[in-house]
Ligand binder design. Sequence first.
Ligand code: AP5
Ligand code: MG
Ligand code: ZN
Length: 214
Amino acid sequence: MKIIMLGAPGAGKGTQAKRIAEKYTIPHISTGDIFRANIKEGTELGKKAKTYMDQGLLVPDELVVDLVVDRVQQDDCANGYVLDGFPRTIPQAESLDAALAKLNDKVDYAINVEVPDENIIKRMSGRRACLSCGATYHIEHIPPKVEGVCDTCGKELVLRDDDKPETVKKRLDVYHEQTQPLIDYYNGKNILKEVDGTQDMSDVFNDIVKILGE
Ligand code: AP5
Ligand code: MG
Ligand code: ZN
């Protein structure tokens, strides 16, 4: 099962992708998490990506496409994967499709988690992220057991650099301009599925399970 998560920043792609990965035992591949891990380790890729991410801009396609195309060909992806945050532009989607077509393969579902802009800014200011293991929390909706500490790995939780309100607004603009066109792109391929992302997290997940099957 090869799944793409679509949706605005903060729509809940990561939250749902983690649950999908657990239920269907497939890897969760988040390009945002990969970049944040690289920033933390101080790699060349991380340094390049950070200058874009901190401004709420997309990292250039050439820095992300090969990375994902290589990742989805690793052994653990043989039974599928859930891509979170990729593709984010039409050229990225076309590159992925072309790479998969060469392997006689294709994406099965593009799940769009729909949340209006008004809800997004509120969610982001409450989000806390673990930069070590990628877990996310929300100070109201999913608080960690101990304030400021990751339940999973015990490391410190932070407000992401790009979750400041001004940067969130920029990310939303970039989303509408560059990423939203993917909804039509996947609709045209008859694999688009829409879910209402304003519901409770477990209701969003139930809707996704109805699409993917038990
Ligand atoms: P990325 O990390 O992908 O960020 P994003 O798309 O902006 O999305 P988020 O991770 O912020 O939100 P999410 O939808 O995962 O929501 P979450 O589940 O955390 O990318 C960051 C940056 O990296 C980009 O800006 C770009 O620069 C670069 N980048 C990454 N991929 C790229 C690519 N392919 N090409 C170019 N550049 C790329 O939920 C949000 C919050 O809401 C959480 O606190 C959560 O607990 C809460 N929440 C979730 N669901 C619900 C619910 N149903 N009800 C209430 N609260 C909820
Ligand atoms: Mg995310
Ligand atoms: Zn952690």
